[in-house]
Write a protein that binds this ligand. Structure first.
Ligand SMILES: CC(=O)N[C@@H](C)C(=O)N[C@@H](C)C(=O)N[C@@H](C)C(=O)O
Length: 710
């Protein structure tokens, strides 16, 4: 084991779980107020709750906490008058309280509930230059107004009926069931929001939404009464002048969804289709400040032979022919933020282990200008003068921080970014990070660079080489480029391991061809890239090639299963929420339509790990949540059964086995509660210690201690 010079939050899981987690940003229309949400661990350590903090846009004053509700607040957004709106439950509404919209007046004073719906409100969309506010709220299909909605909900509640009758697809999404209610868009009614509060000094700290303030509750008008499931997982936007909204709108033909972008007139509810696509999913609509354009992201419908392409487009807000932005750009746009003069957009996109901010012109074919160097950016907002922007930035160097970007011409990417004073300090890391790469040659003779992040304990050296963990990211269309709380390498670095985080074929940020290399052939280039990256790092004298393990979640878990059936080089394999029987998985996942476009039955059979179970001779830790709808629990159960019955390392006659199955009855695809995240890291570390280091760890009491080790 490598001695680490000083204790950090990563040495102690309780300290790690108590680290605060920064979320979304909101900027007032005048650019003078910046608010961030931040999650903190509750006193009983079984949930994180989110509060809103004011950040000084100039980076001088310390952050100030604005809200302190018992159950937390989220979704901050400013009205044109500078009021801060957010989503939170109301005190006294009980455990099944539905979140509603609260208003914290620009002029100060208490926050108070502004608008609510019987099924709760999921998001609030205020116009930036008008007194119009839209809300997204789940609504029962038979509800024609709030009274009927309440009656229908009361009938289900009093009769304890949770049944859902479906007539279409999909019926679930990631970790939740769909229906019987579904999202609709509503306009908040009533007199314009008063621009001032009670005139006090605007001491926002007084705003504690545990006591409703003045009785100013507003009604709502349904803009999409016939939406059905069309707005499911939709994204929507409202024009600055509040006269229209744009939403991604899905219609379903069999399993497949047909994607539209629709324009909805706020005054009349009149709806018309701006873009209809049979060959792409349309999302992330963003309306230009001048109201003339709608930008959006199109993800092409794949085929088993053709990987998807994500591209950015604009269409006239009154309808017309869509036009692709930056037509020759070989990167996948992730988010779109208009510049205040509507001359272009700030676009984030993965690139070589980062997710930088790019500036893209609305007109002309100039290549996007990369504005930032290090890190993965999100929640990008631009000040009304267009001179700077604010965003969250994370990387393996730090969890998300609030940063300010200087948008002036001629500033270097390194000098453009300034970290602002946040509610908490950046945690000290227990090691160092290197950007490493190796070259691979495909069977067709083409060569490719496979790059990885490598996290190393400070003490790793030729005299004290660190055992190696190969971590395989999920997706597979993704990249190890941003801080992850669920897969945090620094926890294992603090325990003396080196952690390799490669971006193999199918990873994003390296061009379309790098994705295509692995498309429909998960067990080919992605696997050989991972092995090449591992080979290269094992040549280092500060890495111990004799003590290694491989692990991954979701697609990463699929690959961990594939690794286990195709090499004995590792001492242990950890496989979380993994795909196992690829040729039977398709109809059971929540997004079966997506899966059917990804592989033919023949491809799935060829690249299915379960076909190689007899070749597995490596101890495996299987982890799966029962409420996982993306990779259903059946995958984990079948893997466990076949590992013990048919693998090259089956259970012994007395039933004992070196394998372990960490089962979560009430977690989903991700392990989201603090107490279960702690168990996850404890069990993983204990399994690795046993099989990689030859050390024994006591299992935590919450798992029954050593006895539960089987
Ligand atoms: C529809 C679909 O398959 N979407 C993919 C993003 C997906 O769900 N992939 C999973 C198999 C996966 O690998 N998920 C990763 C991103 C995770 O960590 O959840």
């Amino acid at each position: 084991m490598t001695d680490t010079p000083a204790a950090t939050p990563f040495h102690d899981l309780d300290d790690y779980l108590a680290l605060p987690r920064l979320g979304a940003l909101a900027l007032s229309p005048d650019g003078r107020r910046l608010v961030a949400s931040q999650a903190a661990l509750d006193a009983d350590r079984t949930r994180w709750s989110t509060a809103l903090w004011e950040i000084d846009p100039d980076g001088e004053a310390p952050a100030r906490r604005l809200t302190r509700g018992a159950k937390g607040e989220g979704g901050p957004a400013f009205t044109a008058a500078g009021d801060l709106l957010f989503v939170a439950t109301r005190p006294g509404d009980g455990d099944d309280a539905k979140p509603c919209v609260w208003r914290l007046p620009a002029g100060g004073g208490e926050a108070y509930p502004l608008v609510r719906r019987p099924g709760g409100i999921s998001a609030v969309h205020p116009a930036r230059a008008a007194d119009t506010v839209l809300v997204s709220a789940d609504t029962l299909p038979g509800a024609t107004d709030e009274a009927s909605e309440r009656r229908l909900r009361k009938a289900r509640s009093e009769n304890k009926v949770a049944a859902i009758l479906h007539s279409g697809y999909p019926v679930r999404y990631w970790d939740h069931d769909l229906g019987p209610d579904a999202p609709r868009l509503f306009v908040v009614e009533g007199a314009p929001l008063a621009p001032a509060g009670d005139g006090d000094d605007g001491d926002a700290l007084a705003a504690a939404p545990d006591e409703p303030g003045p009785d100013d509750e507003r009604g709502t008008r349904d803009l999409t009464p016939d939406a059905g499931r069309a707005l499911v997982e939709a994204s929507s936007a409202i024009s600055d002048d509040g006269t229209f909204a744009v939403a991604s709108w899905s219609t379903f033909a069999g399993l497949a969804a047909q994607s539209h972008l629709v324009r909805i007139d706020v005054a009349t509810g009149e709806r018309r289709t701006l873009v209809r696509e049979n060959e792409a999913d349309l999302d992330e609509p963003a309306i230009s400040p001048d109201g003339a354009w709608v930008a959006y992201i199109a993800s092409s419908i794949t085929s088993p032979q053709e990987a998807p392409r994500r591209t950015a487009w604009v269409v006239p807000a009154t309808g017309g022919t869509p036009r692709r932005l930056a037509a020759d750009w070989d990167r996948w746009p992730a988010s779109l933020t208009w510049l205040p003069d509507s001359s272009g957009l700030l676009v984030t996109a993965d690139e070589h282990g980062h997710s930088p901010v790019f500036r893209v012109a609305l007109d002309g074919d100039a290549a996007p200008e990369r504005l930032t160097a290090e890190g993965a950016f999100g929640s990008v907002v631009v000040d009304p003068a267009g001179t700077h922007a604010f965003a969250t930035r994370s990387s393996y160097a730090s969890p998300a921080e609030v940063v300010r970007l200087d948008l002036a011409e001629g500033v270097t990417a390194e000098d453009r970014v300034r970290v602002l004073r946040a509610p908490s300090e950046r945690p000290t890391l227990p090691g160092r990070l290197e950007d490493v790469a190796t070259t691979v040659t495909d069977p067709d003779g083409s060569t490719h660079t496979v790059r990885s992040w490598l996290a190393l304990p400070e003490g790793a050296s030729a005299e004290n080489p660190a055992p190696l963990l190969l971590w395989i990211h999920g997706g597979p269309l993704g990249s190890w480029n941003a801080w992850s709380w669920r897969w945090n390498p620094w926890i294992m670095v603090a325990r003396g391991y080196a952690v390799l985080l490669p971006d193999p074929a199918l990873s994003t940020g390296y061009g379309q061809e790098f994705v295509q290399r692995g498309w429909g052939a998960w067990g080919d280039a992605p696997y050989t890239d991972l092995m090449a990256a591992t080979d290269a790092v094992e040549q280092r004298d500060d890495v111990d090639a004799s003590r290694t393990a491989a692990m991954g979640g979701s697609f990463g878990g699929y690959m961990a299963n594939w690794v286990a059936g195709h090499t004995d080089r590792f001492d242990a394999v950890v496989t979380h929420a993994s795909l196992w029987a690829l040729d039977q998985f398709g109809p059971t996942t929540d997004a079966s339509y997506y899966w059917q476009r990804e592989m033919t039955p023949e491809m799935a059979a060829k690249h299915s790990p379960h076909a190689f179970v007899g070749d597995i001779r490596t101890p495996m830790l299987v982890i799966h949540g029962d409420k996982d709808y993306r990779v259903p629990i059946g995958e984990g159960l079948r893997l466990w059964t076949e590992l013990l019955s048919s693998s090259g390392l089956p259970a012994a006659e007395d039933g004992s086995t070196v394998h372990r199955f960490l089962y979560y009855p009430d977690e989903n695809h991700w392990i989201l509660t603090p107490q279960h995240a702690k168990v996850w890291y404890e069990v993983v570390e204990g399994f690795l210690a046993e099989h990689v280091l030859g050390e024994t760890r006591e299992l935590p009491d919450v798992l029954g201690g050593a006895a539960s080790a089987g």
